[in-house]
Design a protein around this ligand. Sequence first.
Ligand code: ZN
Length: 180
Amino acid sequence: MAEEGLWKTLESLLRRYGIVDKFREQLVVVEWDTEAPPLAHKACPLYVKDKTLYLSVPSHALAQELHLQKEKIVRELQEKGYDICDLKFSVRPPELASVPHLLEIAITPEDEVWARNALEGQELPPRLRDRMVSLLAATRARERAMLAAGARKCRSCGAAFFGDSDVCPVCYVEQMEATP
Ligand SMILES: [Zn+2]
């Protein structure tokens, strides 16, 4: 795998997050595994836009079930400090569900140096900076592991993902949203 390709992927990932404010806004997405309300654990977070958290779910039945519990889920997220006011669910196309279970993610010292550099010059409280450094480093390591495990690169944003489509799940939903 070309190192240059990896950097390009990450660059677009960071562009998507727009660093700091945007990344902060997306924290709920990257922390979902540990922070998701138990009710919503089966949903997969995609991104946050205008305080709405977009989630993909494997079936229409589950989308409906979660929709009914929306207020409760939103309240739980707010109690954890996330600035989320609404949820939107989209049913995930089946081919996007094929994520290999065993990804060997190894965060290297270089990942952390890279993450620190990426945040340099940004006004951030030290604790938030440390949290973002470790999340960015983990994101970089994860992208590397995904590409090594056969992930594809999104035609639209360059991010790595598993599946047979041309675009990643995030861009897929964005395109669906954009279609009237
Ligand atoms: Zn994409």
